[in-house]
Design a protein. Sequence first.
Length: 215
Amino acid sequence: MAPPLVTVDLFSALVDSRAGGAAALARITGADGGALYDRWDALNKASQRDEPVWVPFAEHCRRALAAAYAEAGIGRHAAADTAELLASVGDWPLWPDVAAGLPALAERYRVGVLSNVDDAVFARTRVAPLVDDSAVLTSERLRAYKPAPELYLRARERAGGRLVHVATSARDVRGALEAGLDVVRLRRPGHRLDPHGPVPAHEAADLAEVAELLG
């Protein structure tokens, strides 16, 4: 029997998206990048959750930034700034264990990424060179967004029925568990479990511990 595909979330488990995104927004706007990122991120996730049909990740990002600007009274062009923000993802830092830990994990298992992004955005990240593109499962490829069960079920189908998902954010952990996936929660700073959601059976402090748990 073939080993399961091990997918890892992109912007919580592998990339410190808040650090990278906040720095980019501060540079673009001159405003408090951390506060602006937090509001943009929340609006972005709400847009992904509530939109009844699939639209590109970049469009969710634009809508969210326009709404965040309106709330903050920032008079800037959201479409142009969204393009600049998404162009910067190659500068967003990996968590310290990723550059070595992800290739090491891939030596023992089939490893991919399961993420709410467009393919073009993923290709710019520092994660892209570390994984086989055939194991990259983006929202663009699956035509669904976390935390909808369709994304997880389509990912498992693409994996041939055997998939373990390594998740960090509360919505990803809960969404994957509620869809019936096997989940390893990878703890990262700034992320906590949903207190009203299911609790994963396995947790890890870094990718090396993920490999031990899978073994």
